[in-house]
Design a protein around this ligand. Structure first.
Ligand code: SAM
Ligand code: DTB
Ligand code: SF4
Length: 320
């Protein structure tokens, strides 16, 4: 049965979200097993290649110049240093290397360097992902030529809640970048953040937006807000863990073939909570003790957790 749909309605997703917990998890797990090896998890490692000083005002972000977070801004890293980090990430077991830059959009000169990074990291046998802010079609095409596998660009929240979080670029700007990435033939990595004080219906509408795109993102990161001192959202009320798990389960059911990534926020989650996220259909994580600027569980703790759960790291896809 082909259960890939692009015509989900808000009512359908809301009904899923409201199911008794065990029923929701059972449905998510059943769909997960139809499309993926049940005990495999895709492993990505993140590196901030250009940190801080960003002109955007994203309310959650440690790297916005509008926030006093004590973060030291730095210039774009050298290609060699990035490749050395990627080599280490591969040795530690990652199959994908994601490079993030605190830009509104890349300048052409910066893109030259990023393209070089992409080609070199790819030649190590890693999948490549970058997140550089807004892109136009020509820039996306250049990244594709350099061999880029994935572009990460999140919608962050529901269209309705969006202006509470970001005012310096619109929801439509984000959709336009996603179109440019698709058009260039690059895989799309697109998800959002929960725990930003949004309502349940905002979480549902965020998934609705993703699941009704003409093509589902290949990768859907669900981030639990990392509350960073000095940002607008430093004191956002913590989200109930079971609501986080429900969000993952609905994403899994609505986008059966996508990798759903248990992304930022694992530092706040117990092993039991993470196990519930995997049961709900999450099958990708960030690995390594730092995300971009905030902490992530230590690699040896993650290896232990995966071993306890009998889960294995997925092999890199053929061709990489
Ligand atoms: N500057 C680029 C952009 O925003 O498109 C790329 C880097 S940006 C840090 C990538 C994504 O990380 C954001 O869209 C957001 O979804 C996520 N993110 C940033 N800060 C976060 C936080 N404190 N907690 C959870 N997710 C966060
Ligand atoms: C995504 O969705 N999550 C990652 C990645 N894409 C680039 C970023 C998480 C950042 C968490 C906050 C920080 O470390 O600065
Ligand atoms: Fe800049 Fe990206 Fe942070 Fe927004 S999320 S402030 S665009 S680095």
């Amino acid at each position: 049965m082909d259960d890939i749909r692009h015509d989900w309605t808000r009512e359908e997703l809301a009904a899923l979200y409201a199911l008794p917990f065990a029923d929701l998890i059972f449905r998510a797990q059943s769909i997960h097993r139809r499309h993926f090896a049940a005990n495999e998890v895709q492993i990505s490692t993140l590196l901030s290649i250009k940190t801080g000083g960003c002109p955007e005002d994203c309310g959650y972000c440690s790297q916005s110049a509008k926030h006093e977070t004590g973060l030291k801004a730095s210039k774009l890293m050298d290609v060699d240093a990035v490749v050395a980090d990627a080599r280490q990430a591969k040795q530690a077991g990652a199959t994908r290397f994601c490079m993030g830059a605190a830009w509104r959009q890349p300048k052409d000169k910066d893109l030259d360097a990023v393209c070089e990074m992409v080609s070199e990291v790819k030649s190590l046998g890693l999948e490549t992902c970058v997140t550089l802010g807004m892109l136009n079609q020509a820039q996306a095409a250049r990244l594709k030529d350099a061999g880029l596998d994935y572009y990460n660009h999140n919608i962050d929240t529901s269209p309705e809640y969006y202006s509470e979080i970001i005012t310096t670029r619109t929801f439509q700007d984000r959709l336009d970048t996603l179109d440019a990435v698709r058009e260039a033939g690059i895989n799309v990595c697109c998800g959002g953040i929960v725990g930003m004080g949004e309502s349940e219906s905002d979480r549902i509408d965020m998934i609705l937006t993703l699941a009704t795109l003409p093509q589902h993102p290949e990768s859907v990161p669900i981030n639990l807000l990392m509350r960073v001192e000095g940002t607008k959202l430093a004191d956002a009320p913590p989200l109930d863990v079971l609501d986080f798990v429900r969000t993952i389960a609905v994403a899994r059911i609505a986008m059966p073939k996508s990798f759903v990534r248990l992304s930022a926020g694992r530092e706040y989650l117990s092993e039991e909570a993470q196990a519930l996220c995997f049961l709900a259909g999450a099958n990708s994580i960030f690995y390594g003790e730092k995300l971009l600027t905030t902490p992530n569980p230590e690699a040896h703790k993650d290896r232990q957790l995966l071993a306890k759960l009998g889960m294995k790291a997925m092999e890199a896809l053929p061709g990489n």
